[in-house]
Write a protein that binds this ligand. Sequence first.
Ligand SMILES: Nc1nc2c(ncn2[C@@H]2O[C@H](COP(=O)(O)OP(=O)(O)OP(=O)(O)O)[C@@H](O)[C@H]2O)c(=O)[nH]1
Ligand SMILES: [Mg+2]
Length: 291
Amino acid sequence: MHKAGFVNIVGKPNAGKSTLLNQLMGEKLAIVTQKAQTTRHRIFGIYNEPDLQIVFSDTPGVLDPKYQLQEKMMDFVKDSLQDADVFLFIVDVTDKEIPSEFLTEKLNKIPVPVLILVNKIDKSNQEELEKAMLFWHQQIPKAEILPISALEGFNTDAILPKLKSLLPENPPYYDKDQYTDKPERFFVNETIREKILLNYEKEIPYSVEVVTELFKEKESIIFIDSIIYVERESQKGIIIGHKGEAIKRVGTQAREDLEKFFAKKIHLNLFVKVKKDWRKNERDLKNFGYR
Ligand SMILES: Nc1nc2c(ncn2[C@@H]2O[C@H](COP(=O)(O)OP(=O)(O)OP(=O)(O)O)[C@@H](O)[C@H]2O)c(=O)[nH]1
Ligand SMILES: [Mg+2]
């Protein structure tokens, strides 16, 4: 008997969705930063055992869209609300702001099992955790609740057996040696974007999109050319920095991560270009893969 299904990770920005995906997969598939709205796409992590295939999906955090890019991000979330066999709804135990009513309402309506993961308990205490567990039980009574730390891997090994018992009998959806739906270039783009999120402030990271134009793999080295698109000329200077120091730092940090990810030496060239107001331009967004 073979079980297979889609397990969709949903939650507010910064709750720890991508950290959880990486922890469950034992591999860094999704970029993680302390900034909200790090994830912009829907990313599949495909977990395989001889008699089991779980297709995890990481999604952007649920928010109220203010511009077209964010609308496209929410389209990915809407997709993930359509095709789940099980939901992993991840909430931050230390989050004092109002919860996402949109998600709570949806998850209550959809006749699919929900596992609520109360995350970041390493930063919390017993009292706060008990309060959160009670609160979430009242919000979504049908859900099972599990306290975890996605970062430290606390209780995360309890998730797989639970999912296995909930998933239907199905043949695998993907080849059993495939572990993601995304091409190599996607991971290059995302790694560079992660370093940009980490190295620049305010609007800069949110105004950046990365496109890899060359990915040429040789036996012992990969040659990569990537373009960093910004929205305005003034942002180009900030990305490059004084004497090119800022972009050099991004390049070095990205190369180090990519050498680990691909287990090969990497030669990385970065270029900066302006694509005016791309976040609000339907055609640019489409070209960048936001449909
Ligand atoms: N202390 C602690 N920090 C965590 C934990 N899980 C995630 N974080 C941190 O929370 C921040 C956000 O984590 P992400 O995994 O990027 O969150 P996300 O939900 O994918 O965020 P978006 O993609 O922006 O929606 C990062 O700084 C993580 O290191 C946890 O269990 N404990
Ligand atoms: Mg994320």
